[in-house]
Write a protein that binds this ligand. Structure first.
Ligand SMILES: *[C@@H]1O[C@H](CO)[C@@H](O)[C@H](O)[C@H]1NC(C)=O
Ligand SMILES: *[C@@H]1O[C@H](CO)[C@@H](O)[C@H](O)[C@H]1NC(C)=O
Ligand SMILES: *[C@@H]1O[C@H](CO)[C@@H](O)[C@H](O)[C@H]1NC(C)=O
Ligand SMILES: *[C@@H]1O[C@H](CO)[C@@H](O)[C@H](O)[C@H]1NC(C)=O
Ligand SMILES: *[C@@H]1O[C@H](CO)[C@@H](O)[C@H](O)[C@H]1NC(C)=O
Ligand SMILES: *[C@@H]1O[C@H](CO)[C@@H](O)[C@H](O)[C@H]1NC(C)=O
Ligand SMILES: *[C@@H]1O[C@H](CO)[C@@H](O)[C@H](O)[C@H]1NC(C)=O
Ligand SMILES: *[C@@H]1O[C@H](CO)[C@@H](O)[C@H](O)[C@H]1NC(C)=O
Length: 581
């Protein structure tokens, strides 16, 4: 300002001077600088190059110098590219007339902006039909950004636009994917950048169907089939197969096989063997969209046929010891029929025989060991067919009935028990199905199960003990018997009845006496002490006043023999405080 105010009066003087003498010094007249100005933008963005021009009306031509902060430059043009965001910049241009030495200074203030750059769109990876989702757009801007969204289904020109950094959208029901474009614009420089992202919309599952690779819903028992569950599902479905009450895991092979319009067709494969013979059975496939969780279910009703079956010839029960036959049913003009038992070729013998064409298998007689899975393998028309077979359960028993003491072994013909004891017993036998049991002691039923506890009384009363095993199907029964014998104790006594204790008594001092005897079984004891009777093997005696002697009597009694024996004892008494004088 100081420079300018100094210059202005000078310039006016000069102009006045030159104008006045213009006519005289026509071609050599000096003037200017006047109309000094800086041209160029007023807003600069970091990272973008700019050029500014300083111009003036001068004669002869002016020279220009620039100042920005502490930097200077010469020439009419200033090039500027900011590397970092800084405060507003002041550009100063000085136009100097070299002939007159006059100069004019002008200034221009530049606003500094940055961005937009580094634009990102954040939000879910996948949209769901009918469900709203929110996306956010963010870019680096100084001083601020304005955001504009454009939403358009891919392949469609129509779209919705929305202002603001967040966008909430609900894809239309027929959308397969959505194209989202976000434009970020610097609020000052109006520079903008944009970013576009495409997001899949979860659709389906719909149009579900089950197909059998064999092409039919009639399936043969024992054969293995490949079923496919086909569904339209974006981006993917998981599957649950259900057959005959069994659920098969949901992660079967899943392959996108073709596109129908925009829809993705995916499928699941289930390979399984038909193992249950129930004529018709439902096979169910449930597909669940892994994003939206929506499910769809379809059911195929399978007709199960058993082309080759093994059946009993008659309805009589397969009981061990009796004749029995199985028939191979369903073969037509077979080349051969082979029989297996538990998947192993069945050896034939005089007891296990085949009919002429191997159609009938006969047991004469049936044995316990014949139980198992019987199948006939039929070769016909170059094919080998095998049905599910027949599970033969042979009814047998009871055999090997025995009365056993658990962890000890069979009791044998005689079972010794002592008085008052308890003996645990078990009736064991081999039966199919399991036998029922009856225990009989001294002719009376005493228990109705396999285990029995024999509790003896005192004295023991022995007798015959029988266990009867009964096959509930064949009604066959078989038994095992033992004789319960009491262990009779050795009887003796009483003899040698003895009283033990002190030989004399002191007045006022308690003394203890014990009575013993030889007895079998043991005796009971009765004491007589100064006219009183007491029971028990020991007795306590205290004399309260001085007497010369005291007598004790103990009687032993054997309750089994009924005999008694007794002993008398005479004790002397002393009194230390008594004076005989
Ligand atoms: C110019 O000024 C800047 C900051 O205003 C400073 O960092 C730089 O050192 C100065 N350069 C010179 C040559 O003085
Ligand atoms: C099989 O499905 C049909 C209908 O889809 C139903 O009527 C029938 O009861 C089902 N059968 C079984 C065994 O679940
Ligand atoms: C299928 O996927 C959904 C979502 O991932 C999950 O919740 C569901 O448990 C899955 N179902 C099965 C049967 O795996
Ligand atoms: C019958 O079975 C036997 C042995 O199981 C076999 O050797 C024979 O070839 C079979 N015959 C026919 C006609 O299938
Ligand atoms: C048959 O007896 C066995 C052995 O005592 C037992 O394990 C099994 O459960 C019984 N079966 C039936 C059907 O009661
Ligand atoms: C055992 O069988 C016989 C005849 O077979 C019958 O008289 C008896 O009552 C049966 N015993 C039991 C306990 O079932
Ligand atoms: C009588 O019993 C006593 C004590 O119990 C014993 O010491 C003695 O040997 C027995 N006498 C006879 C003959 O058994
Ligand atoms: C013990 O004395 C009583 C009477 O006091 C008599 O009846 C009994 O026979 C005596 N016993 C012996 C073994 O002396």
């Amino acid at each position: 300002m100081v420079q300018l105010s100094l210059c202005l009066p000078l310039l006016l003087t000069c102009l006045t001077g030159t104008t006045a003498s213009e006519g005289a010094q026509s071609k050599t007249a000096n003037y200017g600088p006047s109309f000094v100005e800086i041209t160029g933008v007023s807003i600069v963005t970091v990272g973008i190059p700019y050029a500014f021009q300083c111009s003036a009306t001068c004669s002869p031509a002016c020279t220009f110098s620039w100042t920005r902060g502490n930097q200077t430059a010469q020439g009419p043009e200033l090039r500027l590219e900011l590397q970092v965001r800084v405060q507003p910049q002041v550009l100063i241009c000085v136009a100097l007339n070299p002939a007159t030495g006059e100069s004019v200074t002008v200034k221009k203030t530049l606003q500094v902006t940055e961005g937009p750059s580094d634009i990102i769109i954040s939000g879910p990876d996948m949209l769901s039909n009918g469900q709203s989702s929110t996306f956010t757009c963010l870019a680096d801007c100084y001083p601020s950004c304005l955001y504009t969204w454009t939403v358009g289904s891919e392949g469609q020109s129509t779209g919705v636009t929305s202002e603001g950094s967040s966008l909430t959208i609900t894809p239309p029901s027929d959308a397969m994917s959505e194209k989202l474009t976000c434009q970020a614009q610097n609020s000052v420089s109006h520079l903008f950048i944009s970013k576009t992202t495409s997001v899949w919309v979860a659709t389906g599952p719909d149009d579900i169907s089950i197909s059998n690779q064999a092409g039919s819903n009639t399936v043969i028992l024992g054969s293995t089939y490949k079923f496919f569950c086909i569904v339209y599902c974006t981006p993917s479905c998981n599957y649950t197969w259900t057959y005959n009450g069994h659920t098969y895991p949901g992660d079967q092979i899943q392959v996108p096989i073709l596109h129908k319009g925009d829809k993705r067709k995916v499928m699941s494969k289930l390979v399984f063997t038909i193992s249950d013979y129930t004529h018709t059975e439902n096979l169910t496939c449930k597909a669940q969209n892994t994003i939206s969780g929506l499910t769809i279910v379809t059911t195929a009703t399978l007709t199960v046929i058993d082309p080759i079956s093994v059946q009993p010839v008659s309805s009589t029960l397969p009981v061990a010891g009796q004749v029995y036959s199985l028939h191979c049913v369903g073969s037509q003009n077979p080349a051969s029929i082979l029989w297996t038992k538990d998947a192993v070729p069945l050896p034939v013998s005089s007891r296990v025989s085949l009919s002429l064409q191997n159609t009938t298998l006969s047991f004469s007689p049936l044995q316990q060991s014949d139980g198992g899975l019987y199948q006939c393998v039929v070769s016909q028309g170059g094919q080998s067919l095998k049905g599910i077979g027949y599970q033969l359960n042979v009814y047998y028993g009871p055999v090997d009935v025995a009365i056993v003491r658990p962890e000890i072994g069979p009791v044998g013909p005689e079972l010794y028990v002592s008085p008052g004891s308890t003996t645990g017993l078990l009736c064991s036998s081999e039966c199919y199905p399991n036998c029922s049991y009856t225990w009989i002691y001294n002719g009376k039923p005493v228990a109705l199960k396999a285990a029995f506890s024999l509790t003896s009384g005192t004295p023991v009363q022995g007798g015959p003990l029988t266990c009867v095993a009964n096959n509930p199907v064949t009604k066959e029964n078989s038994s095992s018997e033992t004789m319960v014998i009491p262990i009779v104790p050795f009887l003796d006594g009483p003899s040698n009845v003895t009283i033990s204790g002190p030989r004399s008594l002191d007045v006022g001092v308690k003394a203890t006496f014990r009575c013993s005897a030889q007895c079998s079984p043991s005796c009971s004891f009765t004491w007589t002490v100064y006219g009183h009777t007491m029971t028990g093997s020991t007795v306590d005696v205290t004399v309260s006043r001085y007497v010369p002697t005291e007598s004790l009597s103990c009687e032993a009694h054997n309750s089994v023999t009924g005999r008694t024996a007794s002993v008398n004892e005479t004790l002397s008494v002393s009194d230390p405080h008594w004076c005989g004088c």
